[in-house]
Ligand binder design. Structure first.
Ligand code: NDP
Length: 250
């Protein structure tokens, strides 16, 4: 697959140091996109993602910044502007989990997950509006989760953050459409990354049984869907939630 329309575009990818974010950075680099890789603190992993991108495209910048604070998000956009100009693409991928049953979940753990997964995305969507609006074009993709649609015991904070992200996606899609900016969400199912590596073997086996395609998802599966939604081929798609889950939720 090749998306010629992506060559020379500029993307900000939050949470790009590991897992799904890393593969999104690598895939977009492959299509000739300039990449601003944001991450929270894991310098070593971020450098690895940068090296992976550099193998495909020399235009890469790293920004360590906590997306929960808008002033740090401003820095991501400043570095983008300085290196490559205004962004054409924003991928809100940064995410965390703090799983527990509601009875045991602390308010701090609830707020922490909402802070990164929802507030972080809101901060970046807000900052992306002006530069994209000036260009009269843009692509925003929010990485949600099937858990945000179906709910999940032990993940009330995470499910609420991802359901909120879907609401943010649809609202932004309606607000931004007149400016030529599309806003969509991808809802991955069970993808093998650091985020899911701590799950018990028993739970992993149970989850596998719920996937009609009979395998766990890969970060590359999500990255391929992101590239499509960023391309001109997806110009008439906005406000949608695309499940990349092997049929887990339908
Ligand atoms: P990982 O845990 O592998 O990576 C998380 C990424 O988010 C890292 O790059 C991390 O940076 C970054 N991050 C965390 N907190 C912040 C913050 N405050 N500011 C900036 N960056 C931050 O996660 P995955 O790759 O598995 O998940 C990526 C996205 O996909 C998440 O939104 C997740 O909810 C979603 N998702 C994942 C699924 C799965 O099965 N794995 C399923 C459904 C959705 P650092 O390395 O510096 O810590």
């Amino acid at each position: 697959m090749s998306y010629a329309s992506l060559t020379g575009k500029t993307a900000i990818v939050t949470g790009g140091s590991r897992g799904i974010g890393r593969q999104i950075c690598a895939k977009l680099s492959e299509y000739g996109v300039n990449i601003v890789i944001n991450y929270a603190g894991n310098d070593k992993e971020a450098e690895l993602t940068k090296d992976l991108c550099l193998m495909k495209n020399p235009h890469v910048a790293l920004v360590k910044a906590d997306v929960t604070k808008i002033k740090y998000c401003e820095r991501i956009f400043e570095i983008c502007e300085k290196n490559f100009g205004p962004p054409d693409i924003l991928i809100n991928n940064a995410g965390i989990t703090r799983d527990n049953l509601i009875m045991r979940m602390t308010p701090e753990d609830f707020d922490a997950v909402l802070g990164v997964n929802l507030r972080g995305a809101f901060n970046c969507v807000k900052l992306a509006f002006r530069p994209m609006s000036k260009k009269r074009s843009g692509r925003i993709i929010n990485i949600a989760s099937v858990v945000g649609i179906a709910g999940n015991a032990g993940q009330a904070n995470y499910a609420a953050s991802k359901a909120g992200l879907i609401g943010l996606t649809k609202s932004a899609a309606k607000e931004f459409a007149k400016r030529g900016i599309t806003v969509n969400a991808i809802a991955p199912g069970y993808i093998e990354t650091d985020m899911t590596s701590g799950l018990s073997d028993e739970l992993k086996a149970e989850m596998l049984k719920t996937i009609p395609l009979g395998r766990v998802g890969r970060s590359e599966d999500v990255a391929a869907a992101v590239a499509f939604l960023c391309s001109d081929e997806a110009a008439y798609i906005t406000g949608q939630v695309l499940c990349v889950d092997g049929g887990m939720y339908m």
